[in-house]
Design a protein around this ligand. Structure first.
Ligand code: HH2
Length: 247
């Protein structure tokens, strides 16, 4: 899954693809590099990010989804039902749901759904990064959400531990270490580690533009533990790594 942030403020590529044409070109480039799904998002969810009004989020994402949907599979990365509905109407076929609360929208459209674990909102989530057993708690939440979605009629349900969302670096590492426990639930697992701050922290404070190697290591680890999808910014390099893992 290639990341396409149509935002001014995403943590690693904010402002680069804000213009629709530049965004569509970047989406096409990621498809050419081997991405199977392009994940279009119009709201940054980095820690502390402010909420984007619905109209503005729609203005950012709908033209980009429309342009890419005829050429590749598109997911919509949003927390808002209105935005998910509009993107599905524009041709997206998966809701990448960082709120894990939009399964009814996916069910109504016959779309796939990614349930990601988070606590609170991006503005408040780092205050909620306390767990007794992070793996058990994340797993229990995701399985409950996934079962609810299946019962509502969603046939394609993914689960995602939500690295960096109400998680410390240690929580992220613990979840990666025990990713096989999420895989054992039987739901296909998606993982988004790409360029996140815990990678910088573990690599001598590498700035966001210098986290490719750490991101690849995390993606390879996740795939080896059984993840069925990795959400990444650097598609060409990750596809090459994925082919080696698969071989
Ligand atoms: N991470 C981000 C956004 N969406 N979706 C899933 N399923 N899993 C993730 O780990 C995930 C996600 C945050 O990364 P990014 O989109 O690069 O940044 P920002 O939120 O600042 O736009």
């Amino acid at each position: 899954m290639g990341v396409l942030n149509v935002t001014p403020d995403s943590f690693s590529d904010g402002g680069r693809w804000l213009d629709s044409e530049a965004a569509v070109d970047h989406g096409r480039a990621m498809v050419a590099e081997g991405a199977d799904i392009i994940d279009v998002g119009g709201e940054s969810t980095r820690p502390g990010a402010a909420e984007v009004p619905v109209d503005e989020e729609l203005r950012r994402v709908v033209p980009v989804v429309e342009a890419l949907a005829g050429e590749t599979r598109v997911s919509i990365d949003t927390r808002k039902p209105e935005v998910a509905e509009a993107a599905l109407a524009a041709g997206a076929t998966i809701v990448n749901d960082v709120s894990a609360g939009l399964h009814e929208v996916a069910a109504a459209a016959g779309a796939g759904w990614v349930a990601m674990h988070m606590r609170g909102t991006p503005a408040t989530m780092q205050q909620h990064a306390t767990y007794g057993d992070v793996v058990a708690e994340v797993q229990a939440f995701l399985v409950a959400q996934a079962e609810g979605a299946k019962a509502a009629g969603v046939t394609e349900v993914w689960i995602d531990p939500g690295l960096g969302f109400a998680k410390t670096a240690t929580h992220n590492l613990t979840l990666l270490h025990h990713l096989d426990r999420l895989v054992a639930t039987g739901y296909p697992v998606a993982v988004g580690a790409s360029r996140k701050s815990f990678i910088g922290k573990l690599t001598g404070d590498a700035p966001v533009e210098d986290r490719l190697e750490g991101s690849l290591a995390a993606a390879v680890w996740a795939m080896e533990k059984g993840a069925a999808m990795v959400r990444v910014h650097d598609v060409r390099a990750t596809v090459q790594a994925a082919r080696l893992v698969a071989a």
